[in-house]
Design a protein around this ligand. Structure first.
Ligand SMILES: *Cc1c(COP(=O)(O)O)cnc(C)c1O
Length: 217
């Protein structure tokens, strides 16, 4: 796979499911990929990227920003409070607001810094104990809590359990977003981004299908 093939598949999915292409952002998830591969995708003109770890993002994106304009960085991995400031300096979007403590930290820093990335609230739609995210039952209250702190909540994010049908989780996330008047839906990865588009995804997070398999050291 490559960036151009994924973009074609994305266009086709939008046409099939009656979605506006301009309503679906393709986040190229560059975590763990060698810098040369990331640079190839930058040279093809792509500017929207996703990273899991603040540390790793800090090690490559300030450097790439010296050469390439208009880079938009999305943080899609778990966020610790002590990394929040750095995350907010680096990223235009944080997809993993998953508990009151981090929301409070972000709100405090936003006041102090006079700026805040757009935020997605991560919902643990599969209610998996090992996975981050607010439980579906607590989502409405948590969304309200974030809004009461004036946080710029753009939408919701989920990572469906691997062994379950993703559609059920995409539908649940959309339902929670709709009843809370939220339009952003960060859902869908390499294996199921087209399905996510059919359920209304506004942000798909595609890594290996663009860059190839990740090789962890
Ligand atoms: C790594 C990652 C992705 C991309 O996964 P692929 O299967 O490589 O497309 C998407 N979302 C999150 C939260 C990730 O951690």
């Amino acid at each position: 796979m490559s960036l151009s093939e994924i973009k074609q598949r994305l266009s086709k999915a939008c046409a099939t499911y009656g979605r506006n292409e301009s309503d679906v952002t393709l986040i190229a998830v560059s975590k763990v990929q060698p810098n040369e591969r990331v640079e190839e995708v930058l040279k093809e003109g792509h500017r929207v990227f996703g990273e899991n770890k603040v540390q790793e993002a800090a090690g490559k994106w300030p450097m790439f920003r010296e050469t390439y304009d208009g880079i938009e960085l999305h943080l899609i991995g778990p966020l610790q409070s002590n990394k929040a400031r750095q995350a907010m300096e680096l990223a235009q979007s944080i997809h993993t607001v998953d508990r009151p403590k981090i929301a409070i930290t972000i709100a405090r820093l936003a006041q102090e810094m006079g700026q805040c990335p757009e935020l997605f609230i991560q919902v643990n739609t599969g209610e998996e104990p090992q996975k981050a995210g607010i439980s579906p039952a607590e989502a409405d209250a948590f969304i309200k809590e974030c809004r009461d702190m004036d946080l710029p909540v753009r939408g919701l994010m989920c990572i469906p359990p691997v062994e379950e049908e993703a559609s059920l989780h995409f539908a649940l996330l959309r339902k929670i977003a709709e009843r809370n008047g939220l339009t952003g839906l960060s859902m869908g990865m390499s294996d199921d981004f087209e399905k996510a588009i059919s359920f209304g995804a506004t942000h798909v997070r595609v890594g290996s299908a663009i860059f190839g398999a990740r090789h962890y050291e």
